[in-house]
Write a protein of this length. Structure first.
Length: 744
């Protein structure tokens, strides 16, 4: 029995769990919070998700050779479970009973135990996962979690709640609104439709309702961690299903986590324009980390539907429709590029086979229907402020690095971006071996990738929102690369050959790290330079030319030409330059030297004032405030110094605000660079700056205001408000804030 346990996947799973716990506990996430979320994840997410997944895809288990492993069912089923929860929770919120979400696991257990088809689905046979793949995935998970712990988590102490990232308070405000009201709205600009990717916020609201956890804990630690782990495992499951080879289940997530390639030096901030999967953007954008995770079931089902010489069952189509719907409100960029790939498959099938192929047609219609539904009903038909601006991204990237916008700079930056984004996809060359270029799955992935990469070069949106298209296809780039490598690597993959490949990867990564240090030593800076851009763009091509020269020389001589696998593995290994950088810094630079407290987003006492309203009001009561800028230095909303990304009052009061900030909203995009509703702002501010029964009464009458949240650091006539004791009751006061309750 002990030997059987040690040769199973259990030790690897236990090692991964221990590593995750160590990182979370080191950043002082309470043990109780971790345990509560774990129980919730197992009982409320994984249990119903896996049961539903196996029910819908029972037909895949009928063929013993292609039957899924337990690893695929458990991972993809758990991710599927997140999406299944939302309709139950949102309907519960709408009827005033959010705990209705607990009916889902109960219903799943009843179906699994009390029905014949439920019992048959639960007992379907599954194959074992190669234990080597289990350990390989554990290594990837431990690296990813360690990266988060060192580069993100340690800057997000729970003890410093007054120093949230600006985006964190934005997300927290959305979670608060979805927790108690449906349909949700933008809470910091009253009456504004929520046209954001809000499924992750609904998911956090669901877990908070069941477990009682704080939103801050979820946003800062638990969502980034669980999204990372399940994205790694989910991508491994998709790769295993696509290729049938355990080695691909390691290659794809390892490449994704390793990050985009560059030679700009160890201190270069990759979120400047490369934006690999693991970057500062990962932790500050829960919608993206969540959507990558949620894309895995849809990705697997799309590839399954497109599998040649197979006819997908009706339940497979149902599962795909559900998976796409779950993804659509997580991040719409996925759906748009997915549609491009589906249309390309339909066109290729028409040109090659001279007929309209039913599966491709069904896929196109389904994706268009889901994308249209999301656009109209989830996002309210908003276009997102996207503009046609060819190469504006390149020009902005040059500007951020302090480089002049010249033809040389534009060419160098464009090539460096493309190489950085696409280098870890070179394994796709391996698909040539089996002439798989016309395989519908290949066509779909290549065109989807092309669409995602092209958008940033043609379109532009303020705050670089268009870059999410490129980030949304990163997992498809590494997936098709892993598929190609699986076609080239020998079967079976012996330990000696695997060690040889690993040594090539290590050599490439360490070599790239050494070159990057040399490049930055010549420039003495932390930004990209023209030389570093040129070196980054040219390095893979130089390696390829050297390989071709050696190949030609060996062909003319008596020696055997080097295998193309060596070239591809070396090129893929270059992408591990970020891993080498992380390892070197972790070993040589003490953690404490990197600690940096963020500047407080609001004065001491702000949390207490906001919490007072949260604890003494109902969710439907409206708040007005005199705070519109994130800093008193730009206190006037009309000032150019005013940063309108001020959302913390809505976040911590958990109430809707007449007007607080207004960035990240459709009215702000339409009015940019002006104020979206100047009349509302004037009515609101008059009540604080010239308080009288008329000004305050007008604010209360028009917007049904019940509370005034006052900051003493912003423009306000406090004595005038105090004199309105017949209209206002002073409910709370500290050194920096006052809270008035409007009398009935």
């Amino acid at each position: 029995m002990p030997r059987r346990f040690l040769t199973s996947s259990w030790p690897a799973m236990i090692a991964a769990v221990i590593g995750i716990l160590v990182v979370l506990l080191k950043v002082e996430v309470p043990v109780g919070s971790v345990l509560r979320y774990t129980l919730y994840l197992v009982g409320c997410v994984a249990l119903p998700g896996v049961i539903a997944w196996r029910l819908l895809l029972a037909n895949l288990h009928t063929n013993e050779d292609t039957s899924p492993t337990w690893f695929e069912d458990l991972t993809l089923g758990t991710i599927f479970g997140f999406g299944l929860q939302l309709p139950f929770f949102l309907f519960g919120v709408a009827i005033g009973f959010p705990l209705l979400v607990l009916a889902l696991p109960v219903l799943a257990v009843i179906v699994a135990l009390a029905t014949r088809f439920g019992r048959s689905a639960v007992t379907l046979p599954t194959r074992r996962l190669d234990v080597r793949a289990s350990w390989a995935l554990t290594v990837v998970i431990l690296y990813g979690v360690a990266w988060l712990g060192r580069n993100e988590f340690r800057f997000r102490s729970l003890a410093a709640k007054d120093t949230p990232h600006i985006d964190e308070s934005f997300h927290q405000a959305l979670v608060a609104d979805i927790s108690s009201r449906f349909p949700p709205e933008i809470p910091f600009f009253l009456g504004t439709r929520l046209d954001y990717h809000w499924f992750v916020h609904a998911q956090i609201a669901t877990s908070n309702t069941v477990t009682g956890l704080e939103t801050v804990v979820m946003l800062r630690f638990l969502i980034p961690t669980i999204a990372l782990v399940l994205a790694i495992l989910g991508l491994g499951a998709v790769a295993l299903r696509l290729t049938g080879r355990p080695v691909a289940a390691f290659i794809a997530p390892a490449l994704l986590v390793a990050g985009a390639f560059h030679l700009h030096g160890p201190s270069f901030n990759t979120r400047a324009f490369l934006e690999p999967y693991l970057s500062g953007r990962y932790a500050t954008s829960p919608s993206h980390s969540y959507s990558v995770m949620m894309s895995m079931p849809a990705l697997m089902l799309i590839l399954e539907v497109l599998r040649p010489k197979t006819a997908p069952s009706r339940l497979t189509w149902v599962a795909l429709a559900l998976a796409l719907a779950m993804l659509s409100g997580s991040k719409v960029t996925f759906m748009l590029v997915f549609v491009c790939g589906a249309i390309a498959v339909w066109v290729v099938q028409l040109l090659v086979h001279r007929r309209i192929e039913r599966t491709a047609t069904g896929l196109v219609l389904l994706m268009i229907a889901v994308a249209a539904f999301a656009h109209l009903f989830i996002f309210g038909g908003q276009g997102g402020g996207m503009q046609f601006a060819p190469f504006e991204t390149v020009n902005r990237a040059l500007g951020k690095q302090g480089l002049d916008v010249t033809l040389t700079g534009q060419v160098a930056m464009s090539l460096a971006i493309l190489v950085g984004w696409l280098l870890y996809g070179v394994g796709v060359v391996g698909l040539l071996k089996h002439k798989m270029w016309l395989d519908p799955r290949t066509v779909w992935m290549l065109v989807t990738i092309s669409a995602g990469i092209t958008v940033p070069f043609l379109l532009f949106r303020n705050l670089f929102g268009h870059m999410w298209f490129a980030r949304s296809v990163a997992e498809i780039i590494v997936l098709i690369s892993a598929w190609g490598m699986a076609c080239l690597l020998p079967r079976p993959l012996r330990a000696r050959y695997a060690g040889f490949v690993a040594s090539i990867v290590a050599t490439a990564g360490l070599g790239a790290y050494a070159v990057s240090r040399f490049v930055v030593s010549r420039t003495d800076g932390i930004d990209a330079t023209i030389p570093s851009l040129v070196v980054t763009a040219a390095a893979p091509f130089a390696v390829t030319l050297v390989f071709l020269a050696l190949w030609l020389v060996s062909r003319r001589g008596a020696s055997r030409p080097p295998d193309v696998v060596i070239l591809l593995v070396f090129l893929l290994g270059l992408s591990t330059v970020n891993v080498a950088t992380f390892g070197y810094q972790a070993m040589t630079e003490p953690t404490k030297e990197y600690m940096r407290p963020d500047a407080p987003r609001f004065a001491t006492g702000g949390l207490a004032a906001a919490a007072h309203i949260a604890h003494h009001s109902s969710p439907d009561e409206i708040v007005a405030t005199n705070v519109h800028c994130s800093s008193p230095q730009g206190a006037k909303p009309q000032s150019k110094r005013c940063d309108h990304r001020n959302f913390w009052i809505a976040a911590y009061t958990e109430r809707r605000i007449v007007v607080e900030g207004w960035d990240y909203t459709a009215p702000a995009r339409d009015a940019f660079p002006g104020i979206p509703d100047p009349d509302r702002l004037a009515i609101n501010d008059a009540a604080f700056e010239q308080p009288s029964p008329k000004t305050v009464g007008r604010l209360v009458e028009i917007y049904d205001v019940s509370w005034l949240f006052v900051s003493k650091k912003y423009s306000v006539d406090i004595s005038g408000l105090r004199r309105l004791h017949r209209l206002l009751d002073l409910s709370f006061e500290n050194n920096h804030y006052l809270v008035f309750r409007v009398n009935d």
